[in-house]
Design a protein around this ligand. Structure first.
Ligand SMILES: Cc1cc2nc3c(=O)[nH]c(=O)nc-3n(C[C@H](O)[C@H](O)[C@H](O)COP(=O)(O)O)c2cc1C
Ligand SMILES: [Mn+2]
Length: 501
């Protein structure tokens, strides 16, 4: 289909498609988990799993689903030893109809998206929503009756919150913050929440504790996909993720005032816990270990504050989102287009010209290994790109930056390593930088640094580019010209099946 036809097709579905870049998800599916479920079924991406065991079996099935670049959307029902009406839904934000093509063109399209999509729309308070179908208070509160899998073998507990949304409000203003922090089940009325130092949620709870008060808090463990998207990205201080989400889906997010805390709860959330988080001096329990995205249980176990649950709200047949980390070696650990785009933006914002592509090498997850293609304009240009990438705000938990020339297909790991093999002189084309920003879940953070609170590691920049001053004399590449290859493929593929992709 040509681009024009594509646009018309999107317009005719009257679904208000989110993008024109191959994504078919409707805005309403981003705004409503039940609509998402229907569209996943229509797209043929939904797989029902009956009767799986929350003790490691669901975790294993989930992990194996990540052997696929587009993991199936898994709907676990009749979960073993759980009330049959509650369900667990996995792989929402990796569905093919939601993410579209994972290509450099998709990154470019994302960076060029129209500005009006960014204008926030404040949430709208309503009196009733499906989350109020069941209201549980007082002695009836029991978080143990909902499915909470032990996902990885050495997890220190059962985790009900993985891709959840934790809501709290700044005590000194109207600012309501949404953040995704993992949530472990301790007992009937107690949930452990792991909020790393420096996160907005951490700053807010400390303000209450400084006044000698517990922090009012709401945790939603099943909600509109867009709420999970905005909760997992840091917004500017004072900016409401509810409003950002509304802007993205083109309508206000509807909220209900919590009975206990007054906090705004998503009106169509699936399962919500409401209560207070006292200071750790008052109540703290052992949290972790938990299998984390770098592929280790690095943050181990330590005392963390807890949510004392005072009320539970849920839909009759609540759907809990289950999205624990899996090893970054799996294809299903897709590249995050917005994250790559943000790094590209940061490098350009620092004034580095001719960036031709930004990507991540599989194995490094969405942080550890950056690959940047440039068209070298002058001596020192590659160095500029490398140093900015290593030092910009997007460089959290980076280990390695590889700069390559613009002829390298940076989405192909073999080509990237070929550039390293053939254009890099380790001694003269490498920078090592000490004392860079990392996090507690970095497995290479040494025990003594961890103990001292020195949360930094070193990082390396590899300039796998033809040295600028002798680039014209550098041996020529003997690969078939890419345009010629495409032309020949087009001409012959009907007769020669090996040419078909
Ligand atoms: C699936 C998932 C799980 C996450 N788990 C945690 C976590 O347990 N603790 C944490 O501090 N951040 C976690 N994050 C990262 C935070 O969500 C992210 O830093 C976000 O900006 C936090 O919100 P805030 O900036 O409002 O504090 C997770 C992100 C995702 C996508
Ligand atoms: Mn925030």
């Amino acid at each position: 289909m040509t681009e024009k036809k594509d646009e018309r097709a999107n317009a005719m579905t009257s679904k208000g498609s989110a993008q024109n870049d191959g994504r078919n998800v409707s805005l309403e599916a981003m705004a409503d988990l039940r609509v998402f479920l229907r569209e996943a079924e229509q797209a043929g991406e939904l797989v029902h799993v009956h009767g799986a065991d929350p003790e490691l079996e669901m975790g294993a099935l989930f992990e194996l689903s990540h052997e696929h670049l587009y993991p199936p959307v898994l709907l676990f029902d009749q979960v073993k030893n759980c009330a049959p009406q509650f369900r667990v839904l996995s792989n929402v934000r990796t569905a093919r109809f939601m993410v579209g093509e994972l290509t450099l063109d998709a990154v470019k399209a994302y960076r060029n998206r129209p500005k009006e999509k960014k204008a926030p729309i404040p949430p709208q308070e309503v009196n009733y929503g499906p989350v109020m179908e069941n209201v549980i208070e007082g002695d009836a509160v029991d978080v143990l009756k909902f499915p909470a899998p032990r996902w990885h073998a050495k997890d220190g507990g059962r985790y009900i919150g993985t891709e959840c949304v934790v809501i709290c409000k700044d005590p000194d203003s109207d600012w309501v913050n949404l953040g995704t922090y993992r949530v472990m089940v301790h007992d009937k009325t107690t949930l452990g929440v792991f909020i790393e130092p420096g996160k907005d949620g951490d700053a807010i709870r400390r303000k209450y504790w400084a006044k000698g008060q517990p922090c009012p808090m709401v945790i939603s463990v099943g909600q509109a996909p867009i709420l999970g998207v905005v909760a997992s990205v840091a917004a500017k201080n004072g900016e409401s993720e509810y409003a950002i989400a509304g802007g993205r889906v083109g309508r206000p997010i509807r909220t209900i005032r919590g009975k206990v805390t007054g906090l705004p709860i998503p009106a169509d959330a699936e399962l919500v816990f409401e209560g207070f988080m006292p200071a750790p001096e008052v109540d703290a329990r052992t949290e972790g270990p938990f299998g984390e995205w770098p592929g280790y249980y690095a943050s181990d176990e330590r005392p963390e504050p807890v949510l004392q649950v005072k009320a539970i709200y849920h839909r009759d047949d609540a759907i809990i989102i289950g999205q624990p980390p899996t090893m970054p070696t799996y294809p299903g650990r897709q590249i995050k287009i917005p994250r790559v785009a943000a790094l590209w933006d940061a490098i350009e914002a620092a004034g580095v010209p001719e960036i031709r592509g930004v990507w991540k090498l599989l194995g490094g997850g969405s942080r550890f290994i950056d690959v940047i293609a440039i068209k070298q304009l002058h001596p020192g240009h590659a160095k500029m790109a490398g140093l900015v990438a290593a030092g910009c705000g997007q460089s959290y938990m980076n280990r390695l930056i590889i700069i390559v020339d613009e002829d390298i297909d940076i989405t192909n790991p073999a080509e990237v390593m070929w550039a390293v093999a053939s254009r890099w002189d380790p001694k003269s084309q490498t920078d090592l930088i000490d004392g860079c920003w990392t996090g507690y879940i970095d497995p290479r953070l040494s025990p003594d640094k961890r103990a001292n609170g020195d949360i930094t590691t070193s990082r390396m920049i590899i300039y796998a580019v033809r040295p600028y001053h002798w680039r014209d004399g550098f041996p020529e590449v003997n690969m078939v010209d890419r345009d010629l290859a495409a032309q020949v493929r087009g001409k012959w593929q009907d007769q020669l099946p090996f040419l078909r992709k």
